[in-house]
Design a protein around this ligand. Structure first.
Ligand SMILES: NC(=O)c1ccc[n+]([C@@H]2O[C@H](COP(=O)([O-])OP(=O)(O)OC[C@H]3O[C@@H](n4cnc5c(N)ncnc54)[C@H](OP(=O)(O)O)[C@@H]3O)[C@@H](O)[C@H]2O)c1
Length: 298
């Protein structure tokens, strides 16, 4: 298939491009700047320079493609995320670029849109499982961009088109966010939010890339994508092991956790998320878990 990928130079997009190319698809990666071109070409795809906020520019880039995959995100790293302004770029990408992408994909004649989303929109559900039908906890204004993005994908599905919305688990791997967590762990600094008994649903970048390929088989709808949920206590241990220290990664004290603000508060939620629907519909399976030795170098 001919597939266009936005966010193709990002952590997630690069994995998606490589996985799609490996499956024999003809892939075009979108970047806003010339220096993104070799990154995309290095993954075996063609590159096109376009502005993701400009629907006309995008429509031209998407022409002749069967599928558009939107993997755009720009998350702040570490505790910088406590500053509301640190989310401005990410918000704009979801509120404006994702909408322009869905509209341009429809106008360009693509039959399928795969939209990256996140499990962090689910409410804290303790030790109970979370399926796709669980109502989201998105009342706060901070979640408006993600809700608007979902609506744009749902609108795309009108008129016989397919929209697949992937609610990805917490990404881990060789990326800046995890690298920061491992460094803090080695230095003995606190890095984890939530309670040790809370659940976390992780997704290795490699498996996330493969999920975008699997999404080509899925019907329109929302799908959770993650590995087997584990407790945060277990994740703390796995982080410690991968960081090469004796003990576990440390949790922030309660007082700090109480003032992290809405954006980081989602990371305190207990999210025991089931990916059964995605696995049974597409055959996708996670292959790298937090106890897989060397996961931060894969
Ligand atoms: N579910 C999760 O846990 C989750 C989800 C997403 C990200 N993350 C983590 O967050 C960290 C950062 O990754 P990321 O994907 O957010 O960022 P990133 O890897 O820096 O990628 C940003 C992408 O957005 C594109 N972009 C286009 N227009 C942009 C604009 N105006 N401003 C900023 N970027 C623009 C960039 O493309 P060009 O520069 O080529 O145009 C690039 O492809 C990683 O550690 C990742 O694992 C986690």
């Amino acid at each position: 298939m001919r597939i266009a990928v936005t966010g193709a130079t990002g952590v997630l997009g690069q994995e998606a491009v490589a996985a799609l190319v490996a499956e024999g698809h003809e892939v075009t990666g979108v970047t806003r700047r010339e220096r993104g071109v070799p990154v995309i070409e290095g993954r075996g795809a063609s590159a096109v320079v376009a502005d993701v906020f400009d629907a006309a520019d995008l429509e031209q880039a998407f022409r002749g493609h069967d599928v558009v995959i939107n993997a755009l995100a720009k998350l702040p790293i570490g505790m910088a995320a406590m500053r509301p302004l640190a989310w401005r770029e990410d918000d704009r990408l979801h509120l404006e670029a994702s909408v322009a992408i869905a509209e341009a994909a429809a106008r360009a004649g693509a039959g399928r849109l795969v939209q990256e989303s996140t499990i962090f929109l689910y409410p804290d559900n303790g030790s109970d499982w979370i399926g796709e039908d669980e109502p989201l906890s998105v009342r706060n204004q901070a979640f408006r961009p993600r809700v608007r993005e979902m609506r744009a994908a749902v609108d795309f599905a009108q008129g016989g088109r397919t929209a697949v919305i992937l609610r990805l688990g917490q990404l881990f791997g060789r990326d800046p966010q995890t690298t920061h967590a491992l460094k803090a762990t080695r230095e003995g600094q606190a890095i984890l939010l939530g309670k040790p008994e809370n659940y976390v649903t992780l997704l290795h970048h490699r498996d996330a890339g493969r999920a975008f390929v699997a999404a080509l088989q899925a019907g329109s709808g929302f799908y959770n994508v993650g590995g087997e949920p584990i407790t945060r206590r277990r994740w703390a241990k796995d982080l410690g092991t991968e960081a090469g220290i004796e003990g576990s990664a440390k949790f922030f004290p309660d007082l700090t956790q109480a003032i992290v603000g809405t954006r980081l508060d989602v990371q305190r939620r207990s999210l025991r998320v089931s990916s059964l629907r995605f696995m049974s519909e597409t055959g996708w399976r996670p292959t790298i878990g937090p106890s897989t030795p060397g996961w931060s170098r894969m």
